[in-house]
Design a protein around this ligand. Structure first.
Ligand code: ADP
Ligand code: BMX
Length: 291
């Protein structure tokens, strides 16, 4: 059975055909629309999956936002071009005429990464540092989703009570500081208006402000990992997302984590599935739900 896996992020949409042995047969990507409307997202998704649908037997979606009963509710609508609600499963089932499941993107990625780790790992946490900061927790071999789908939303834990306001309504969330959007929002002067990718490229060239923004993100993430270790006693933390996987970022996080007391340290690894962790996780969860 071939799965049409879809990953909906705040910056990009990805879709892939994945076979039973978890090989990617075809893969497409496009930018997430910045418009606030459901129609804009629906239109982009329709264009993205059109060339792939006829070769698939089911649809599995990993999406940013809280996913409950197949409906996407943004915890931070600013990450999704202002869109707060989207009836994901209903729309995709109608567009493809295929059975469809949906799960949060970081929860899905956590499952794919957990399944690729050694058998003795029963407790791990996945963190995506991307448009936002998302998370997925596997505890005693089980993916935590929670009663309302909120489990693992560690990007909305407190990093700095005097920090910037987060789009979720709280002040000083990890996401407001460490994420791609958080990094870009803090940029001033000649870096104002630049995205995180540009800022990190400038940091590599030795730009002091760019370097400080990168350090601030990595230090915030290291403190989050210490908090996660204290609350889950995980055996490792796996990092994904384009900010998280950027050159030198994990090494920087590990250096800052080394400044924490030993009890709160854990192994920090790069996502084995790199930018496809969400796609693989959704496909695996679909295979388990509809064998
Ligand atoms: P999504 O959030 O849609 O899953 P990504 O994981 O690609 O997408 O994350 C998008 C964010 O990552 C943007 O803020 C972008 O500026 C940033 N980004 C992309 N490439 C890099 C890079 N090489 N270094 C730092 N930041 C990057
Ligand atoms: C936000 C939240 C999470 C998501 C995380 C990473 C929204 C729309 N999303 O915290 O559900 O997992 O961002 O999302 O509220 P990404 O777009 O950066 O991959």
């Amino acid at each position: 059975m071939t799965t049409l896996a879809i990953d909906i992020g705040g910056t990009k949409l990805a879709a892939a055909l994945i076979d039973r042995e978890m090989n990617i047969l075809d893969r497409r990507e496009m930018a997430t629309p910045a418009s606030k409307t459901q129609d804009a997202l629906q239109g982009c998704l329709a264009g993205l999956v059109a060339p792939l649908t006829t070769r698939a037997q089911r649809v599995a979606i990993a999406s940013t936002g809280i996913i409950q009963n197949g409906v996407l509710s943004a915890i931070n609508p600013e990450n999704l071009g202002g869109l707060a609600h989207f009836p994901l499963v209903e729309v995709m089932a109608r567009l493809t005429a295929l059975p469809c499941i949906a799960v949060n993107d970081a929860q899905a990625a956590a499952w794919a990464e957990y399944r690729s780790l050694a058998a003795e790992v029963s407790d791990m946490v996945f963190i995506t540092v991307s448009t936002g900061v998302g998370g997925g927790i596997v505890s005693d071999g089980k993916l935590l989703v929670g009663t309302g789908g909120l489990a693992g939303h560690i990007g909305h834990t407190l990093a700095d009570p005097n920090g910037p306001r987060c789009g979720c309504g709280r002040i000083g969330c990890v996401e407001a500081i460490a994420s791609g959007r958080g990094i870009a929002a803090a940029a001033k002067g000649e870096l104002a208006g630049s995205d995180a990718k540009t800022i990190f490229a400038r940091a590599t060239q030795g730009h002091p402000q760019a370097n400080a923004l990168k350090q601030r993100s990595a230090q915030t993430l290291a403190r989050l990992i210490a908090d996660i270790k204290a609350s889950t006693d995980c055996q490792c933390v796996v990092i994904g997302g384009s900010v998280g996987l950027s050159e030198g970022y994990i090494e920087l996080v590990s250096t800052f984590l080394g400044e924490e007391p030993k009890t709160y340290r854990t192994q920090v690894l790069a996502a084995r599935h790199q930018h496809n962790a969400g796609l693989f996780g959704a496909a695996l969860l679909a295979q388990e739900a509809m064998p």
